[in-house]
Design a protein around this ligand. Structure first.
Ligand code: DAH
Length: 353
């Protein structure tokens, strides 16, 4: 047989090359190209088969069946490699595992429960038309106390000892300083909430930590009244704890409000009958509130004769404890995944164990 003709040797050479190329095809596209290259209308094997007419009569059947055998082997190797590529398996690097096993579960983490409570509370107040105000945690004595009508050396400061950076700078004990900062910057009317972290020099126990969270509320306009305060506070409590909750205002003292009140709600555990959680009173205190003191307006540069307003301060950790039955405020800080992960939904994704 001449060089340009078809014989057994040439065919073996073609098959070796085709096999090599099939095995090295890394993707389905290359594989398809090879198929067209060899078996397409103008493919190498197709043309070879067509050209057997030029061979001497006696060679035709042998070469013809050889070509058909090669085509058959090409096809089955093609199918095998195609299945491998589709399943992500290659000859050189066999899939290392058992693909019928369930997948690994993935740890996704989730928001801290206090973060979630804060978000829920904010959303309730946003619905009422409040917007967000923020202030620093490292605060001036002036904003934390002085401008909130806590005079220097006044005993009212004793309830809120804190960590001092120096005589004038401290870690804020409450979110109330944001009231004055905000009023200094903006003219009335305003209606804001200000959530954030606060600090106190406390001996830690189940209901005291030296770091916790509050949310301040402030509403200033003409003719804002105690009835407005009661309305907004009640709406919040009903939204967060449920509509069956009763709300009461109990007279109290805060230097920056007059009159002032502590706000109680019916105990969620006994519905007001009296139990150990509410110390048999049927009520649980959840925030301080009152009408903004004229001195605070003066410090902030507002005219106390032309505006009125109310303010309230809510303990975020406290309402989180009440709503979720957490028995110790220090758990929020302990970073114990067993505690924190109870409040996540979908913290594991993927197959079951
Ligand atoms: N800042 C107060 C505290 O930490 C809570 C509070 C009481 C805030 C009355 C207020 C308020 O805005 O009107 O104890």
């Amino acid at each position: 047989m001449s060089d340009d003709g078809i014989d057994r040797k040439v065919l073996e050479q073609i098959e070796r090359e085709a096999t090599d190329r099939l095995r090295n095809a890394g993707d389905l596209e290359t594989l398809e190209e090879l198929r067209i290259n060899y078996l397409g209308r103008k493919g190498v094997l197709t043309l070879a088969l067509r050209s057997i007419g030029q061979l001497p009569q006696e060679e035709r059947p042998l070469i013809g069946s050889l070509i058909n055998e090669i085509k058959g082997r090409f096809n089955s190797l093609f199918d095998e490699i195609k299945a491998g590529i589709s399943a992500g398996i290659s000859d050189e690097e066999p899939y290392p595992g058992d693909p019928s096993l369930p997948g690994r579960r993935m740890w996704t983490g989730g928001p801290h429960i206090l973060h979630k409570v804060m978000k829920d509370v904010k959303e309730i107040f946003y619905r009422m038309g409040y917007s967000l105000a923020e202030g620093p945690e490292v605060e001036l004595d002036y904003y934390n106390f002085e401008a909130l009508n806590f005079p220097k050396d006044h005993p009212s400061r004793d309830t809120q000892d804190t960590f001092y950076i120096n005589r004038d700078i401290l870690l804020r004990t409450q979110t109330s300083p944001v009231q004055v900062r905000h009023m200094e910057k903006y003219d009335p009317p305003l209606r804001v909430i200000s959530p954030g972290r606060v600090y106190r020099n406390e001996t830690p126990d189940p209901s005291h930590a030296s770091e916790f969270h509050q949310m301040e509320g402030l509403y200033v306009d003409r003719d804002v009244s105690l009835a407005d305060l009661r309305n907004d506070v009640t709406y919040f409590i009903h939204s967060f704890f449920g509509r069956e909750t009763n709300v009461r205002f109990r007279p109290h003292f805060f230097p920056f409000t007059e009159p002032s009140a502590e706000v109680d709600m019916t105990c969620f555990a006994c519905s007001g009958d009296g139990c150990p959680i509410c110390q048999k009173t049927g009520w649980i205190e959840i925030m301080g509130a009152g009408m903004v003191h004229p001195n605070v307006f003066k410090f902030a540069g507002y005219d106390p004769d032309s505006v009125t307003g109310f303010a309230f301060g809510l303990g975020i950790d406290r309402i989180a404890m009440l709503k979720y039955g957490v028995d110790d405020i220090r758990r929020f800080l302990a970073n114990d995944i067993r505690f924190l992960s109870q409040f996540w939904r979908g913290s594991w994704v993927g197959a079951e164990k």
